[in-house]
Ligand binder design. Structure first.
Ligand SMILES: [Zn+2]
Length: 265
């Protein structure tokens, strides 16, 4: 496959759950989805937005959901254009076993959402989970910064992530340019550290001159294109990258080269 764009931050749901999932997420965030929330809907939006491959991020919002979320991610991987990541619920008694199952299913990474999963990214209780993830070599994506569905205090601010990094020995990705709506703190606290930022959910919701400063300070080698589909489109999020005034080589790294290397594609 000749690559042009890899989207490192998307969501979709099993067909039977998609309508209900989008309605409840839309109702709590005030956002209008841009796809129908299914894998087919995601693939259609990838086609119209020039995206070759998407990383699909699921979240277990309780202990009981872990297995079904991870089985769904494994099923998505049957399509060569989709890369499903797994999820564990930090308080689940079998979280460590489920991480091993995630690895055995062939999933390449996990996503945490500290707001939905009710933990601080640098909580001591995460240490055994982070150790297991590091042993297994799973890529670890954090929702970072504010979330439209939750009030402050936020559970994954730049300071929390900086501390969490000390407990993790694997590739870490902080979504939303390191921290949605917290970009001054990202600039001071996270830029330059050994982690990736994804570019998702920036169009129309963040101060682009600030994003440009973050891109300059952090460097194109550690930035991954992402949209947050179904909430934002590849067209809109690509526009943000074009705005940054980068050269062709830097843009290629962000749009697909860094992700291809990380995912071993
Ligand atoms: Zn997202």
């Amino acid at each position: 496959m000749i690559l042009h764009k890899i989207d490192f931050h998307t969501h979709c749901f099993p067909d039977s759950l998609a309508p209900r999932a989008l309605k409840s997420l839309g109702d709590c965030s005030g956002l209008i989805p841009e796809t129908d929330g299914t894998a087919d809907g995601l693939l259609k939006s990838m086609d119209s937005g020039g995206v070759d491959i998407s990383v699909v991020l699921g979240i277990a919002t309780n202990a009981r959901q872990q297995k079904s979320v991870n089985d769904f991610a494994a099923k998505l991987n049957e399509n060569e254009r989709l890369v499903g990541f797994g999820s564990v619920y930090p308080d689940a008694p079998d979280a460590l076993c489920e991480l091993e199952r995630i690895k055995a299913l062939g999933l390449k990474g996990v996503k945490f959402h500290p707001e939905y999963q009710e933990f601080y990214a640098d909580d001591e209780k995460m240490r055994p989970i982070y150790r297991k993830i590091s042993e297994l070599g799973l890529i670890t994506v954090f929702h970072a910064g504010a979330d439209y569905g939750f009030p402050a205090p936020y559970h994954c601010k730049p300071e929390h992530l900086k501390n969490a990094l000390k407990m993790l020995d694997t590739n870490v990705v902080a979504a939303h340019w390191g921290g949605l709506a917290l970009h001054e703190e990202v600039l001071d606290t996270l830029c330059g550290l050994p982690l990736y930022f994804d570019t998702s959910f920036a169009y129309g919701s963040t101060c682009l001159p600030m994003i440009r400063k973050i891109a300059e300070k952090h460097g194109a080698d550690k930035i991954l294109f992402g949209t947050d589909s179904p909430w934002h489109t590849p067209e809109k999020e690509s526009r943000v990258i074009e705005f940054l005034g980068l050269d062709t080589e830097e843009k290629e790294k962000i749009f697909y080269k860094n992700a291809a290397k990380l995912l071993d594609i």
